[in-house]
Design a protein around this ligand. Sequence first.
Ligand SMILES: Cc1cc2nc3c(=O)[nH]c(=O)nc-3n(C[C@H](O)[C@H](O)[C@H](O)COP(=O)(O)OP(=O)(O)OC[C@H]3O[C@@H](n4cnc5c(N)ncnc54)[C@H](O)[C@@H]3O)c2cc1C
Length: 511
Amino acid sequence: MEKSTKFSIPISRRDFMKLAAISGATIAAGGENLSKAAAATPSVKFDDSNIPVIFDTDVCVVGGGAAGTAAAVSSARQGAKAVIIERNALLGGLQTLGCVYPCMPTFIDDSDTPYITELNRRMEQRQGARARNDVVTDFYYGGGQGLYAAESLTLVYEELCAEAGADILYETTLVGAVVENGKIIECIVQTVEGLGKIRAKTFIDATGDALLSRFAGVRTEKGSEQTGRNQPMSLRFEMADVDVNKVCDFFTYTLKDKRMEPPLLKRLKEDIDAGRAPFMEFAKIKENEAFFKQAAKDGKLTEDDILYIQGFSVTGKPNTMAMNCPEMPPLLFSATDAISRSKAIIFGRRMMRRIADFLVSDVPGFENAYISREAGMLGTRETWRIRGQYYLTAEDYWNGHHFPDAVCRTAYPIDIHDVKLNFGKKLSKGEYYEIPYRALITNEISNLIVAGRCASGSFAAQASFRIQPTCMSMGEAAGIAAAWGILRGISANEVRWEDIPQDKRSYVSKG
Ligand SMILES: Cc1cc2nc3c(=O)[nH]c(=O)nc-3n(C[C@H](O)[C@H](O)[C@H](O)COP(=O)(O)OP(=O)(O)OC[C@H]3O[C@@H](n4cnc5c(N)ncnc54)[C@H](O)[C@@H]3O)c2cc1C
């Protein structure tokens, strides 16, 4: 999963200065435990007299991605009034707008919490196709592994919210928070009407960027403790009119470092025909590398383009491939810098065009293909993470740490896409670590729960817990805990997950 990055494009003076600053930070920062806190995010003091209250509710979930949607549905199912604030016009976040369709496997059995099991069942009904791939599940054991077409997922998410009674406030952007005595009283949002307030007893930060937490003054971190860099960003896209079987014949495929010999390839093709998506790596695989390197030599692609080229066929969308690329060089772009992110998008779109043009001109099966969808959301793997009551680290992963207040389990590797940042050791089969509820709550704010990729952990720990199934399980637990606390008058950061009756918990640690 690791790839080295070459410096092959011109760098602006601003980027150079930034890189120099990062290098300095690297030397100063040292190892994982010497993590650097991110600077506080300023919040405007809002004069609340003129700002109308749009919702006064029990639970306000900010961010309707994988984690936030699970949180809203789960809290509403437990009897709380809930609303999701989402800046876009659909739920799913990276899963839908970011074109990240496959859920990675957790590499451990029994990791699917009830929400995930139900989601898979509903997605199979909606997509008319299995939400899992047989060939892949043979190789990558464990839970997760849902394969969701974005259009179906959004619809299913809206159905789940409607059935649970959770409201959705689309096209609404969080812009601030009002905090009194360590409690968020209301958050301030921007809608088409102007500013508005959302009052709630408990807030769930599922923005992916810990934005609500930052507005509320919670301590956060960003990037690698060793380099100061965030994980690289991608701008994913989809191509239609692809003869996927022909593409299969052209490339050499491996799964788990094993070459796919004809019988397995046959099963892969059967899966494609049945609408179940296989996992396809192009440039990363040794046998295909020469082909892409030649394209770079010929000037059809750049060295950056070929570092990470990966595609998947898409469940429920025949003749379509979703591309997990382009990946923009992490040395040049920062996911926690607004100007840099915009530059990354422009840079990425050019990479996308080159890759698509090359596939059409040089790869059998793509002759008639065209870009049918570009991600409407930048693919940020990691930005800000909170420093919560518990701080997960690589040691928790390596030691397979279990917790009495665990909300889910995973053994997904520490998956860092960057220059020689290798935390390569993997857990053995059957080993896993757990995520404690305390990694979702803070000391600073009593009525806040944080779920998803911005939960509390080091850069390395986040590189494991950031996958969709784990984000969904965290969201599910956040929703249950929020409702449990509200109905009993217990602050979110004083709820003890292990005190909630087992049949009400989405996950119970086996110790
Ligand atoms: C390129 C890429 C490839 C990946 N590949 C895989 C993969 O193959 N399998 C896998 O399982 N995982 C993969 N991941 C990781 C996974 O997709 C994400 O970590 C996960 O989906 C994050 O979910 P989330 O809900 O925490 O955050 P997000 O999906 O980022 O959701 C955050 C939501 O909050 C909203 N929001 C943010 N700010 C505001 C605001 N101010 N106001 C209102 N709303 C706001 C956003 O619009 C968004 O809907 C990948 C990630 C990337 C970037």
